[in-house]
Write a protein that binds this ligand. Structure first.
Ligand code: CUA
Length: 307
């Protein structure tokens, strides 16, 4: 029986230290406050029916002390928590990307190289991992206690989560948001492997090609290529070098081309029309799955400059 799960990511020791600090402060004040209540209740109890308390003036110094100390403590908690929060929100540039799609009731994971997994995630030791996550139905939440990270997975939106595994092993993965009858069964395993083992695992049984190449096949089979021509002569915007750029929008503010914008442009093309183009693109809502959307996005990203 462990008080806390193992520490297996860069965040784990930091989160535990903060938690420990919060616990210590809470226990200290609980003891002091309840102790004072009992002590004063006994010390200043009414001793006769005719006893009347005489008026009291609290000292200014005391008032200042019991305002400033808690204020300082809560500011430490705020600053400390915020610093961890901000680091958890900013994945490093060299993180490896993995796509996660949650659905009732399983986790579907896709590696950039093409490997697909269900309720299992294999990752190498010593590299930051960034998960790009979405849901096919309701809200789920991706939770790996040993990494001390948890992030909601929402339909119609991409959220992200990153961590740097620090210890090889097999760890629990949970869904931490009640999502229906089999929510409690929406669990899995994360395998943190030695880099060489991971390479071996990766080379076994991809077969279907990388995400970007599957996206390219879709791009052709859905006939996107008829309008989005490589030479820019098509009726839709050219997609080469597009990812990460800022584009002008008809009657709106410029937008940065990111995953969310590409997703929106495939599902609701009329929402933001690139300047100089007609609103003629049909929606692909219902025609492509979340997995396929991610493949298409990966294909479009692969046509951009490599960082
Ligand atoms: Cu998915 Cu709970």
């Amino acid at each position: 029986m462990h008080f806390l799960p193992e520490q297996a990511s860069n965040f784990a020791p930091e989160v535990d230290q903060l938690l420990f600090f919060l616990l210590i402060v809470s226990i200290f004040f609980t003891v002091v406050i309840f102790g004072a209540i009992f002590y004063f209740a006994v010390r200043y109890r009414r001793r006769s029916d005719y006893e009347l308390p005489h008026s009291q003036h609290t000292g200014m110094a005391l008032e200042i002390i019991w305002s400033v100390i808690p204020f300082g403590l809560t500011m430490i908690m705020f600053g400390w928590g915020a610093s961890i929060f901000f680091r958890e929100s900013r994945p490093p540039d060299d993180a490896m990307n993995i796509n996660v799609v949650g659905k009732q009731w399983m986790w579907k994971l896709q590696h950039m190289e093409g490997q697909r997994e269900i309720n299992e995630l294999h990752i190498p030791l010593g590299r930051a991992v960034r998960l790009r996550m979405t849901s096919e139905d309701v809200i789920h939440s991706f939770y790996v206690p040993v990494f001390r990270v948890k992030q909601d997975v929402l339909p119609g939106r991409y959220t992200q989560l990153w961590f740097h595994p620090t210890k090889p092993g097999k760890y629990h993965l949970f869904c931490a948001e009640y999502c229906g009858t089999k929510h409690s069964g929406m669990i899995g395993w994360v395998y943190v492997m030695e880099p060489a083992d991971y390479q071996a695992w990766l080379s076994g049984g991809a077969g279907e090609g990388s995400l970007a190449s599957r996206g390219e096949q879709l791009f052709q089979s859905l006939a996107c290529i008829n309008c989005h021509k490589e030479d820019g002569s098509g009726r839709g915007p050219m997609l080469v070098d597009l990812f990460g750029k800022t584009v002008e929008i008809e009657g709106g503010k410029p937008v940065v081309v990111d995953e969310a914008y590409l997703r929106e442009s495939i599902l609701t093309p009329q929402a933001k029309i690139a300047k100089g183009f007609q609103p003629i693109m049909p929606t692909f809502q219902g025609l492509v799955t979340e997995d396929q959307l991610l493949q298409l996005i990966e294909y479009i990203k692969s046509k951009g400059k490599k960082k």
